[in-house]
Design a protein around this ligand. Sequence first.
Ligand code: MGD
Ligand code: MGD
Ligand code: SF4
Ligand code: MO
Length: 710
Amino acid sequence: MNEQLKRETFFGACPHDCPDTCSMIYEVVDGRLSYVRGNKEHPMTRGGLCVKLKDFHDHHANPDRLMYPMRRSGPKGSKQFERITWDEAISEIGKRWRAIIAEYGSQAIMPYSYLGNMGLVQGINSGDPFFNKLGSTVNEKTFCASGSSTAWLLTVGPTGAVDPESFVHAKYIVIWACNSISTNLHHWPFVLEAQKRGAKVVVIDSYRSRTAKAGDWHICPRPGTDGALAMGFINSIIEQGLVDHDYVDKYTYGYPELKERAAEFTPEYVEKVTGVKAADIAKFAREFATAQPSVIRLGVALERSVGGGQAIRAACCLPALVGSWRHVGGGLLQMPLWDFPIDWAKAARPDWIKPGTRVVNNLKLGAALTGEMPLDPPIKSLFVFCTNPVSQAPETNKIVQGLQREDLFTVVAEHFLTDTAKYADIVLPAAMAGEAEDMMWSWGHFYMTYNQKAVEPPGECKPTSEVWRLLAKEMGFDDPVFKMTDSELCAEYINWSDPKMGGIDMEYFKKHGFYKIDVGNADTRIPHAEGHFPTPSGKVEFLLHDAKNFVAGPFRAMYDGEQSGEPVDPLPGYIPARERPETNPERAKLYSLNIISPKSHAFLNSCYANEPHKIKTQGDQFVLISPGDATTRSIREGDPVRVYNDRGDFEGLAHVTDDVPNGVVVATLGYWRSLNRSDGSVNCISSDAWCGLGRAPTFSDNLVEVQRVN
Ligand SMILES: Nc1nc2c(c(=O)[nH]1)N[C@H]1C(S)=C(S)[C@@H](COP(=O)(O)OP(=O)(O)OC[C@H]3O[C@@H](n4cnc5c(=O)[nH]c(N)nc54)[C@H](O)[C@@H]3O)O[C@H]1N2
Ligand SMILES: Nc1nc2c(c(=O)[nH]1)N[C@H]1C(S)=C(S)[C@@H](COP(=O)(O)OP(=O)(O)OC[C@H]3O[C@@H](n4cnc5c(=O)[nH]c(N)nc54)[C@H](O)[C@@H]3O)O[C@H]1N2
Ligand code: SF4
Ligand SMILES: [Mo]
């Protein structure tokens, strides 16, 4: 009988906000998604998925999944909903929006999305054409990487990052504020291969992460002091006579000014600021300069303090200073997304934004909803998709307060009744990756990955793309883009004629599932051997001319706010963290510990944090605290503790360990506050202040106090 079952396979692309963008294989038996595995043919995925996705088929079949549209039937947040039809849901949204537009104008409506799905057709930007046409408030999306992107673009220009596959050729690998083993797993084998061939792996991290433990040398600066550390490295390279003057003369701009700025960052001063020994600063400078090729993998976490952007600019100067860019595998890897030939103008339709339309940044959601940020008209309707701000955005108590407003009409498209979705007036059930076609770029490698529809969505779930088609019809928009199928949209958003697409077409993707954009061979590629930096001067810009702050990339394509911000310091440097005991002693009297809140190993942001077997792997919300800090607070291993400041609090179980230095506590991100001990999570205490560049968040720039819960 078994032989009669119909077995098929389809190509998948992991939809998550993860640099690895794995190529997957969906196995389908009789129309049912029976198994999901990694694609062995993919040079980075190599057949393996991570702990989060290894049972992706079960995730699709999770009994808690939202299956049909619902309307709120009890108080906001009570989780009381009644089932309605799609027709009812869409016409109710249309009716409410038309009334809001008549009374307040269309900018009283605000979309709110992030990279919960990275797909061009189903993800973060998929709603832009619809909302820009509607004339809604523009949602600036800077949860992640916008600070490092702005720094990278200003200093070395968009394209030409080191290919992650070229890392095997490096002799000195610096992983800076990146916990690769948890967050960039499929890059790690390339690092290990280099290590096997003799490379030294240096991890710069404010605590002993999994990756720091696996490296050869852990350098541990205090949170938010990386700017001083990077400037110290620059100074020490110069002082020790290790500058590649030929490279600097030909391919950089502003060396004398950089040298002058760096002079104040003596090893002794930098040790005082960062806690990293002066001798180690000199040793790093020597090794980084001489063990060529040397390469830096910049983690997103480097941007998460008020001086993060400046710190990244300083780090971006290092490879040019010592000529690392001369070699295969030498230089810098930020996010290679800038090379992808995607037609953002079509995917996001910024040309449909009416001049003067206001922009509200997604880190300021609480302030925007509660009236703390004066907005005229106020936000009267919020449409949330592909993100879970009540878990992931800063100052979440304020967001919850805003979401409880009786006069706010909230729609959430989701897979689960998340901490955000529970406040919705209308909930729309979204399809998962195996259930809808999509095309994926990557921010961790150079492959474009195609996701086929393998099975029908269960219940009444619909792909996000279908929601835009239905809403466009309801609102009377008949532009061709709102009538295109998912297949047509996949093809529409790629610049096929770009030489990097190598003349391929959709048929290629249907046959192979992925395509490496043509940036050159990873074993021979040296994009900046002879400069060719895509900056205004064509060189690495140590010194900038008239630069202004801006939000970059796919986050920028949505409005023409380019270089519209405040002036940027022409030179990189160190801006002390907003919340550190040395820089804010008054605050430190009340809250004396710096908290960092990196990614959880077994969750993907807040995804999977509602699944008991993933919580079991990850462990309950914990708080890492040093033996010294634990003793002074009478905290023992396993004690429940309350972490708090004036923004809010959350509870976790203390884990006393010297993996964290005195003065620092670590609590990982993603836990749902509704499933945590005290309806709180780490974002109850985080600040919504921006990092200096790219309006990025400052999740590593927060002081807290910790006390034992009796
Ligand atoms: N397992 C898993 N993987 C993920 C994700 C997930 O949620 N779970 N999320 C994905 C997403 S959206 C992203 S952006 C990436 C992020 O991936 P990463 O860039 O690796 O980000 P984090 O894990 O937040 O932080 C990395 C390291 O930076 C350190 N750090 C924090 N602040 C500082 C500082 O001021 N200075 C220094 N030197 N170090 C600091 C932290 O201790 C941490 O070990 O991961 C992606 N991959
Ligand atoms: N304290 C602290 N906070 C942080 C960070 C930190 O390091 N520390 N990191 C920040 C970073 S780097 C990031 S990227 C953000 C991430 O923040 P979010 O983007 O909010 O992350 P997720 O938890 O992945 O939320 C995605 C949600 O979208 C839903 N979803 C997934 N696919 C689809 C789909 O196809 N359609 C619809 N409608 N919904 C879908 C998922 O079920 C999930 O609930 O968090 C930020 N928050
Ligand atoms: S979350 Fe990242 S590592 Fe895991 S399967 Fe998806 S892309 Fe691969
Ligand atoms: Mo992120």
